[in-house]
Design a protein around this ligand. Structure first.
Ligand SMILES: NC(=O)C1=CN([C@@H]2O[C@H](COP(=O)(O)OP(=O)(O)OC[C@H]3O[C@@H](n4cnc5c(N)ncnc54)[C@H](OP(=O)(O)O)[C@@H]3O)[C@@H](O)[C@H]2O)C=CC1
Ligand SMILES: O=C(CO)COP(=O)(O)O
Length: 338
């Protein structure tokens, strides 16, 4: 199994499967690895991921591979699509098997648990400074992508050649438009913060509030994302682009979002545990609320919405009290840093 033009996707959840379907549908050999051997076997038989992406048939060029080493050795483009809490573990596992020239990209949206590091820092630590690295981010629900609905995303990398290569592998004139972005930091930060704000938007709707509240949260959430992103070295334009405002709007307004649905359940009075069980898939914003708030403190950035969400998720504060406390904050200029 060696083919220079193939792409290996690691992670057979909803998004890994959707990306693998999109790449294979373009006519590119694509290898999909999942850690659950039984699930991989079942997908092979059904030519469908009945657990995470039911109803989306696999193109012929999509191959299933249960052996991680073989999957990694097969391609010079490896796309990691596991949740942020499994990211470092997967990179450690694949490091010995990567081809010397292979680039590693990820579609994971989040920060490293506990440390709050950007995933590019985690990847550089494990794979070294010379390895080509890239991130994909933008408003892209797995199911709509897999169904071939028109979708746009952005890609940023630490090496320009890898951005080109990756965007060519993904871009499809019929349905999947890939924008290039040179802001590796901002792209990662946007994807992590939007999940936190989406929990807040869901929570507001769960409390019975309406479009005014949701839109205020999106707008002020964007201000929080931008402040933190700029403090970390990101570019302002990124936060009004695909990985910023684009993904905020998508995730805060549509119930396909797990983060939004998680917030809805909490707003309706469910416990964190029950809400998590109800979703049954990755809810990145839950853990990342903690990391985002810690990062904001470290960089001395004000993020009142994220801080209040932290209190609900980790300190048991009532969502309605959070709404009242946010409204009761001292009046401020819209353009100030708070
Ligand atoms: N779904 C979407 O629409 C989008 C998702 N994303 C991002 O993609 C990432 C993955 O999310 P998504 O696919 O949706 O999540 P899902 O919950 O649908 O699936 C998660 C997948 O990751 C696997 N997994 C979890 N931990 C590990 C690990 N340590 N090693 C290997 N595999 C692991 C799970 O395996 P198992 O089943 O065995 O637990 C499962 O296959 C997230 O960061 C998310 O934010 C980005 C854009 C859109
Ligand atoms: O990131 C996503 C769409 O761009 C998916 O959002 P959720 O993880 O909230 O489902």
């Amino acid at each position: 199994m060696t083919d220079l033009s193939s792409v290996t996707v690691l992670g057979a959840g909803s998004y890994g499967t959707a990306l693998a379907i999109c790449i294979a549908r373009k006519g590119q050999r694509t290898i999909l690895w999942g850690r659950d051997h039984d699930q991989v076997e079942e997908m092979q038989q059904a030519r469908e991921n009945t657990r995470y992406l039911p109803g989306c048939q696999f193109p012929d060029l999509l191959e299933l591979e249960p052996d991680l080493s073989k999957a990694v050795q097969a391609s010079d483009t490896v796309l990691v699509v596991v949740p942020s809490y499994g990211f470092a573990e997967v990179l450690q596992q694949i490091a010995p098997d990567l081809r010397p020239e292979a680039g590693v990209a990820w579609a994971t949206k989040g920060l490293e648990p506990e440390t709050g590091r950007l995933l590019s820092e985690v990847a550089t630590d494990i794979l070294g400074h010379d390895r080509a690295l890239a991130v994909l981010s933008g408003p892209t629900f797995a199911k709509e992508m897999a169904q071939g609905m028109p979708t746009a995303i952005a890609v940023a990398a630490n090496q320009p050649d890898f951005v080109d290569k990756l965007s060519k592998a993904l871009h499809c004139d019929r349905s999947f438009r890939v924008y290039l972005n040179d802001d590796f930091i901002g792209m990662q930060l946007g994807g992590a913060v939007k999940n936190v704000i989406a929990i807040g938007a869901g929570m507001a709707d769960g409390l019975g509030f309406g479009a005014n509240t949701r839109t205020a949260l999106i707008t002020r959430g964007l201000a929080e994302m931008t402040r933190l992103g700029l403090a970390l070295g990101g570019k302002a334009e990124t936060f009004t682009g695909m990985a910023g405002l684009g993904d905020l709007i998508l995730t805060c307004t549509d119930n396909q979002s797990r983060n939004r649905r998680f917030g809805l359940a909490i707003g309706q009075g469910k416990s964190v545990d029950d809400a998590m069980k109800e979703i049954g898939q990755a809810v990145e914003g839950y853990r990342n609320t903690r990391e985002v708030v810690a990062l904001a403190k470290r960089f001395n950035v004000e993020m009142p919405i994220s801080e209040q969400l932290y209190k609900v998720l980790y300190e048991g504060k009532a969502p309605m009290q959070v709404a009242q406390d946010l409204l009761a904050r001292a009046q401020t200029s819209e353009n100030s840093g708070a």
